[in-house]
Design a protein. Structure first.
Length: 115
């Protein structure tokens, strides 16, 4: 792979990661009531429609952020790391699926590339 292609690929990956990070932040706030600074809104402020599964997911997110925070980071820094790691995981999984679609591998039928 030549340098120009590597640079273009890096730019696309960074752009995708940033888009995913923005989406993760929106979902944390909109779906789980967890603000960018790490503040978790009281459940009473979150409205109706909260299932047991959503509450459990929210609690796992809060515990994960607290775990990151225990390494000496501030709550906002821990939130930002959580967002970065989550986006990175999603991007890696999407890349793995795309690689599995490759005609030479024939592990799964193409889906991600067909919109």
């Amino acid at each position: 792979m030549d340098k120009e292609l590597r640079n273009r690929l890096r730019a696309v990956v960074v752009q995708c990661r940033r888009a995913l990070e923005d989406d993760v932040r929106r979902q944390l706030e909109g779906a789980y009531g967890i603000l960018p600074d790490g503040t978790a809104l009281p459940e009473e402020q979150l409205g109706k429609g909260w299932t047991r599964a959503l509450k459990a997911e929210r609690e796992r997110i809060i515990v994960a952020v607290q775990h990151i925070e225990s390494y000496g980071l501030s709550r906002p820094q821990a939130m930002e790391q959580f967002v970065r790691e989550t986006a990175f995981t999603i991007l890696n999984r999407l890349a793995a699926l795309k690689l599995m679609e490759h005609p030479g591998r024939v592990l799964i039928q193409e889906s991600a590339g067909k919109g």
